[in-house]
Design a protein around this ligand. Structure first.
Ligand SMILES: Nc1ncnc2c1ncn2[C@@H]1O[C@H](COP(=O)(O)OP(=O)(O)OP(=O)(O)O)[C@@H](O)[C@H]1O
Ligand SMILES: [Mg+2]
Length: 144
C-alpha cells in the first residue's frame, strides 16, 4: 500500500484491508485534526473510522459503531476522538442544535461522515478522504 496520508488513491479488497489502512493512517494523525470522510451509503466511511479510532488507541474496533442515529460518539484515549455522522441532519436548525462547533473547543481528532452537510469555518488542519464502493466489489480510498 502507498504511504498513508499523502494524496492519492488506495484500493482495498475487503473491509479488513480498509480497517488496516485506517490503523496505518492513524499513526500519522495528531490533534487537532478534522477528518472529512465523504462518499455514498456503504462506501466504507464507518469501516475506515473504525480502523482510525482503534489505531489511535481510543477504542477497540468493536466499540466503534455507526453514529447514524446518535450523531456524535466520543472516545477518550491517549487522544480525544469524536466520530460524527451527519446523514440524518436536515438543515441549519438541526446542525445548530447539535452544536458541533463546541467539539472544537479543545484539540481532538474529529472524524465526520457526510461532511458536506456542515459548512464549517475552522482553522484546524483538515484531511479530506473520499471513499467509494466500486463495481468489482473493491473499495477506493482517496486522500484529496
Ligand atoms: N474494501 C472494503 N472497504 C470497506 N468496506 C467494505 C469493503 N468491502 C466490503 N465492505 C463492506 O461494505 C460496507 C461498508 O459500510 P460502512 O458502514 O463502512 O459504509 P459507510 O460509508 O459508513 O455508509 P453510511 O453512509 O451508511 O454510513 C460494510 O458492510 C463492509 O463490511
Ligand atoms: Mg457510516
Amino acid at each position: 500500500m502507498p504511504v498513508p496520508l499523502t494524496a492519492g488513491k488506495t484500493i482495498t479488497a475487503s473491509a479488513e484491508e480498509t480497517l488496516a489502512y485506517g490503523r496505518r493512517v492513524a499513526a500519522e494523525m495528531r490533534a487537532p485534526l478534522l477528518v472529512f470522510l465523504s462518499g455514498d451509503l456503504g462506501a466504507g466511511k464507518t469501516t475506515l473510522a473504525k480502523g482510525i479510532i482503534s489505531g489511535l488507541g481510543a477504542a477497540r474496533e468493536e466499540e466503534v459503531t455507526s453514529p447514524t442515529f446518535t450523531l456524535v460518539h466520543e472516545f477518550r484515549g491517549p487522544v480525544r476522538v469524536f466520530h460524527v455522522d451527519l446523514y440524518r441532519i436536515e438543515g441549519r436548525a438541526d446542525l445548530q442544535t447539535l452544536g458541533l462547533e463546541d467539539l472544537l473547543a479543545s484539540p481532538s481528532i474529529v472524524l465526520v461522515e457526510w461532511p458536506e452537510k456542515w459548512a464549517l469555518a475552522s482553522d484546524w488542519p483538515a484531511l479530506h478522504i473520499r471513499l467509494a464502493a466500486l463495481p468489482d466489489d473493491t473499495h477506493s480510498i482517496e486522500v484529496l
